[in-house]
Design a protein around this ligand. Sequence first.
Ligand code: ACO
Length: 317
Amino acid sequence: MLKKKYTCVKVDQQKDGITWVIFNRPEKRNAMSPTFHAEMMEILTLLETDKDTKLVIITGEGVSFSAGQDLKEFFRETDGKPEVKAKAGNDSKWRSDKLWMYNKPTISMINGFCIGGAFTQCICCDFSIAADDAIFCLSEVNWGILPGGMVSKMVTDTFNQRDAMFYACTGRTFNGKEAAKMGMVNYSVPLKNLKKETLKLAKELLEKNPNVLVATKHAIRSTQSMSWRSSADYLAAKAAEIKIKDAARGHDAYAEGIRQFIDEKAYRPVFSPYVGAADGVTTAKGGKPRASAARKPKKAAASRASVKRIVKRSPAT
Ligand code: ACO
C-alpha cells in the first residue's frame, strides 16, 4: 500500500487489487511537468512490486486525460539546463519503457484531451478505453516540433500509414470513436459509462491466472519485432517461466486447466478461466465448479440456435 502523497498525481488503491493512478493537474489539463514525470516513475516502480496492486488504471482528473508535455515546465524552463532536461527525459520513460513491459496489466482510461506526448502512455498501456467524445490531437506540427519523443514511430506501428501521416501532418483532432476505429484504443463508450466499462474490463482481467496473463501480454509485445525463429524460442521460454512462477502458487495452470475441464467439468474455457486461476483456490483446494459449466443436453448444444446463444453470453460468466 502506498502511503506517500504526491503533488501532481493521486493514487487510489482499492481492496480488489485495482489501483487508480490519476493525473492531478486539472488546472493545467494534466500537462506533464518534470515533477509529474518523477512522481509517475516513482509510483509505477513502487506499484510494480506492491502486493496490494494487481492491475493499474491510469486516467486524468477533470476534463483532460493529459494535454501532453508541459510546454513551459518540461520544455522552455529546461532549455540550457542539460542535466535537468536529461533527468526529466529519463523520468518521462515511465510512459514508454516502464509501461510497455510492465509486470502487471495496465489500462489507460481516456476521459478527455489526449494530446501529443500523452499518446505514449495511451498506447503503451496494455488496454485503452476512451470516452466517445475524448479529443485526440498530435498538436506538435502546429507549434513546431516532430510528434513528441517516439510518438511518430508509435502511431506508425499502431495506425495505418494513411491515418498516421494525416493526423501527424495536419494536427487535426479526432474523437474516441475514431480512435477506436484506428486501433489507438480498444473501444470507446459514452463518457457516463467510461468508469463502469473500464472496471468491467479490469475485473475480467483479474479473474485470470496472473502469471499466464503477464506472460501473454509480454509475448504479444515482444514478438512484434522478432523473427519467426526467435519468437518460437522466446515463447517456449515464456511458457517455462509460467510453470516456474506457478510452482510458487502451488498449482500448474496448464495441468489444472485441462484437468478441471476434461475430468471434472468444472468450467468451460470458452467462457471463463478455470476455478482458482486468480486466487489459487482450485477445485482441489475447495474451489467450487462454476455454475456456467453445467452442460446443456447434447441435442440442444449441437443446434445452430444454441451456438448463437452461447456466443452472445458474457465472456466472464
Ligand atoms: N503545457 C503547459 N500548459 C498547458 C498545456 C501544456 N501542454 N496545456 C494546457 N496548459 C495550461 C494552459 O496554459 C492554461 O494555463 P493558465 O490557466 O495558467 O493560463 C491551462 O492549462 C488551461 O488551458 P486552456 O488552454 O485555457 O484550456 P482549454 O480547456 O481551453 O484548452 C487544450 C485545453 C485544448 C488542451 C489547450 O490547453 C491546448 O491546446 N494545450 C496545449 C496542448 C499541446 O499542444 N500539448 C503539447 C503536445 S506536444 C508534446 O507533448 C510533445
